[in-house]
Design a protein around this ligand. Structure first.
Ligand code: SF4
Ligand code: SF4
Ligand code: FES
Length: 331
């Protein structure tokens, strides 16, 4: 008989299949058995420590043991110890985790989050994130006075915003995002600031002009929908499907210029049945591409673009279906 999964349980299925649940991990050790922790210190070296296992031990307990017995100068951050404040996020064996929630493993490499400056050891500077959030002005501005009290507001109206309200600001998603890792190459705000913005921008009571102003500062169409952020989120927020995609839809309506690349991609696929990279670049950049002739030549030599296909407007047999699916069926 097939197993019925509770909402949010699907992501745990793989863990169960691999025998990697919290229970499995904890049953692997006997009390007092040594665990090996390699911790990235400020001078970039990996310092190795042995920590005796105790029942239900979490990564944070192991770090506390090290700070109490072996390295009192180890810098790491935590506050609530119960998955509420988001301050204890680190990377364990290359994966973003909450130290206060993650069960220990026999061998662990603990490193600070990526994409944020390191202050010391495992402590990162959250200022770039906080500055971006402040710049996005994530609050509600009412276009008209309250209609009265209580104000009608349904679950459906709030379905996206309420997902974003579960955010604990841990920055795991920000650390996992490959577009943020590109640094200044894009103006992308990143998943964590977008989730903060989503709390009010996806609230139907907010003023559309105010939401458009905020969205204009996000570079949201740089998001490549790779779902890395969603996989990393310890709060289980469907960041892409319930926050970023609805925000993109809002941006496409309220700030049409922002969605130029997406509209061009849709038009190219609808017309030809496949993604023609040179047709896409021509649509987005127009004659400005002439300024990048050496680059175009390199792409041509590597077989990445095919001007013959582009200029002859070659179609594949999928073009009719693509046009129909994308709502651009031609008579
Ligand atoms: S889906 Fe978008 S925001 Fe999330 S990790 Fe990928 S690029 Fe970053
Ligand atoms: S969206 Fe999830 S991963 Fe990102 S900051 Fe909020 S709780 Fe952390
Ligand atoms: S210490 Fe608060 S979430 Fe881990």
């Amino acid at each position: 008989m097939s197993e019925t999964l509770a909402p949010g349980e699907a992501r745990r299925l793989g863990q169960r299949e691999r025998g990697d649940t919290l229970q499995d991990r904890n049953s692997r050790f006997a009390a007092g058995e040594p665990l090996t922790l390699r911790v990235r210190r400020s001078d970039d070296r990996l310092a190795e420590f042995r920590v005796p296992y105790r029942k239900w031990m979490r990564v944070l307990d192991a770090l506390n043991f090290i700070a109490e017995h072996e390295a009192p100068d180890l810098a790491y951050r935590w506050f609530c110890g119960s998955k509420m404040c988001g301050t204890c996020a680190v990377r364990m064996n290359g994966r973003e985790v909450l130290a206060c929630w993650e069960a220990v493993e026999p061998e662990m490499t603990i490193e600070p989050l990526r994409n944020l400056p390191v202050i010391r050891d495992l402590v990162v500077d959250r200022a770039p994130f906080e500055r971006k959030v402040a710049e996005l002005e994530p609050w509600i501005e009412r276009p008209a006075p309250y209609a009265g009290f209580p104000e009608p507001l349904s679950h459906t109206d709030m379905k996206h915003a309420s997902k974003a309200l579960d955010c604990i600001g841990c920055m795991c998603c920000y650390s996992a995002c490959p577009v943020i890792a590109l640094g200044d190459l894009t103006d992308f705000a990143g998943p964590a600031p977008l989730v903060q913005l989503g709390q009010t921008a996806l609230d139907p009571r907010n003023d559309a002009a105010k939401v458009a102003r905020s969205l204009g500062l996000t570079g949201i169409f740089n998001c490549v929908s790779c779902y890395k952020c969603e996989e990393a989120c310890p709060a289980g927020i469907p960041i892409v499907s319930q926050v970023i995609e609805p925000l993109k839809a809002k941006a496409a309506t309220l700030v049409p210029g922002m969605a130029k690349h997406s509209h061009a991609l849709r038009a190219v696929v609808a017309a030809r049945g496949y993604v023609d990279p040179s047709a896409l670049v021509l649509r987005v950049r127009g004659l400005k591409v002439l300024r990048q002739l050496p680059r175009a030549l390199r792409l041509l030599l590597r077989g990445k673009i095919d001007p013959v296909k582009t200029f002859l407007r070659r179609k594949t047999p999928a073009s009719a279906a693509a046009a129909r699916l994308l709502g651009r069926e031609r008579k």
